[in-house]
Design a protein around this ligand. Structure first.
Ligand SMILES: [Zn+2]
Length: 119
């Protein structure tokens, strides 16, 4: 099992991700929120994600159906992870928060999140 350490920009929020295989693939989403953030996400089983610090520094942004949780650091504003509405057993992780990974070299799938939005 591989373990990756992630953090927001200022370091107030830290997390750990585990994976069976090296993380090399991710997704981008075209919903109205993700298109503004422009990040590459890895969608992992919830049990592979562990918040290791800064729970009280996170802000939870909810919109549209108010079901998904989009977490970001209240100090530096960086999105770290989210709990998707369409896959409650998964966690979307901002690959850019993991220093040892290079999101720009990832195999990136485009997700049509726009089609899932109600507004
Ligand atoms: Zn921060």
């Amino acid at each position: 099992m591989l373990t990756y350490q992630g953090k927001c920009h200022c370091g107030a929020v830290t997390f750990e991700v585990t994976a069976e295989e090296p993380l090399t693939a991710g997704a981008r989403c075209n919903c109205s929120l993700c298109r503004r953030k422009g990040f590459v996400m890895a969608l992992l089983p919830s049990e592979n994600f562990r918040l290791t610090g800064g729970a009280s520094e996170l802000t939870d942004y909810q919109w549209n159906t108010q079901q998904a949780h989009h977490y970001f650091c209240r100090h530096c504003g960086i999105y770290t992870h989210h709990q998707p509405r369409t896959a409650p057993d998964k966690i979307g992780v901002n690959v850019g928060c993991i220093d040892e990974l290079e999101p720009l070299t990832f195999d990136v799938e485009l997700r049509n999140g726009q089609a899932l939005s109600i507004e």
